[in-house]
Design a protein around this ligand. Structure first.
Ligand code: UDP
Length: 355
């Protein structure tokens, strides 16, 4: 019998990029899995290969709806809470990001505690740290998130810890750094750097580099990340936060160059203005994870990028419509919240007066 064959797991955000890989991992080891997803950014296509699997149930629902959450957690032994709204959306629409990421997490914690869930894993983000000045970043750091996204994920961490300390629920926090691999988002404000660069390279279009490309991230191949999420959830002694990362920083310019080489593309690299509130340096220390589990993610960036390029070549046809969905500034999409529009208009007017 495998380690997870007796568990009933809820995966919120299970139709998303990381979530769907976690579902693959759990089903492969014999767990029964429920997915709760509102399909705002996740897609049924990400789970289509499990269509005939009786061990998977997909529930469409919003984590801001307590009844949907209550129904989803009922009878579950383990909850993996991944559902959230992304950092780029938080640059223009911080309120919904706060609600889903902070209030939504509180809903999940409350209903899980009420339903007698045995273990709760909160999937946080390296963005809780903000730009690193001490590297590699340990878990206990002087949190200075640059965005409402980072702050809302940190709020979720605090709530998760409170439930543990109060004795209401057995919880653990995974803090993955940037993930990449098959099924990663490329369109609109969900679009992340690696799939955008791969598709741009495969189409011979310019790679849209924001800023000077010296900003760094600690990239982990997604199948490794989900393996560690499961191992953290199953480890009874794991509590508090664990970085899930390789402990190696890579510049975004290096990512662009590597993708150009792997795809043998002659695309140019086009430098655009930097993204507002971009984190400039992120790289974590996986020592706490290694101390607990004896290992940490190790797939090299060259190997992982090769696998990702191969997957995108085989599965994603870069049609003109698809390429049009890779807007040059991935974070801009229509109007921002009214107060932010007003603030930007006032700031622009002041700048014009000065010039
Ligand atoms: N980035 C870029 N070009 C793109 C998309 C992203 O240069 O087309 C940069 C972005 O400014 C950031 C890094 O790549 O510094 C990672 O961005 P992403 O949105 O993938 O993830 P984040 O770490 O910001 O959540």
């Amino acid at each position: 019998m495998s380690e997870t064959s007796s568990i009933i797991a809820l995966v919120t955000g299970g139709a998303g990029f990381i979530g769907s890989h976690l579902v693959d991992r759990l089903l492969a080891s014999g767990a029964r899995v429920r997915v709760l997803d509102d399909f705002s950014t996740g897609s049924r296509a990400n789970l289509a290969h499990h269509a005939d699997d009786a061990n998977l149930r997909i529930l469409e629902g919003d984590i801001l709806n307590p009844e949907a959450v209550r129904d989803a957690v009922e009878g579950c032994s383990h909850v993996f809470h991944l559902a959230c709204r992304n950092v780029r959306l938080s640059l223009t629409h911080p309120t919904i990001v706060h609600e889903v990421n902070a209030t939504g997490t509180l809903n999940l914690l409350k209903e899980s505690a009420g339903a007698g869930v045995a273990r709760f894993l909160y999937c946080s983000s390296s963005e809780v740290n903000g730009t690193a000045d001490l590297v590699p970043m340990p878990e206990l750091y002087h949190y200075a998130p640059e965005t409402i996204y980072g702050a809302s994920k940190l709020t979720g961490e605090y709530y998760t810890d409170v439930f543990q300390r109060a004795g209401w629920l057995s919880t653990v926090i995974a803090r993955p750094h940037n993930n990449y691999g098959p099924r990663e988002h490329y369109a609109g404000n969900c679009g992340e750097v690696i799939p955008r660069f791969i598709l741009q390279a495969l189409c011979g279009e310019p790679l849209t580099l924001y800023g000077d490309g010296a900003q760094t991230r600690d990239f982990t191949y997604v199948t490794e990340t989900v393996d560690y999420l499961v191992r953290l959830a199953l480890h009874g002694q794991a509590t508090g936060a664990y970085n899930v990362c390789r402990g190696e920083e890579v510049t975004i310019k290096t990512i662009a160059d590597t993708i150009l080489a792997l795809t043998r593309s002659s695309s140019e690299i086009r430098r655009l203005e930097g993204r507002p509130s971009d984190v400039l340096r992120l790289f974590g220390d996986p020592a706490r994870l290694r101390g607990l589990l004896g290992s940490s993610p190790s797939i090299s960036i060259a190997d992982g990028l090769q696998r990702t390029v191969d997957w995108f070549r085989a599965h994603v046809a870069p049609t003109p419509e698809l390429m049009a969905s890779l807007t040059a500034k991935s974070w801009v999409g229509g109007q921002s919240e009214p107060w932010l529009e007003q603030h930007l208009a006032r700031r622009n007017a002041a700048a014009k007066d000065l010039s």
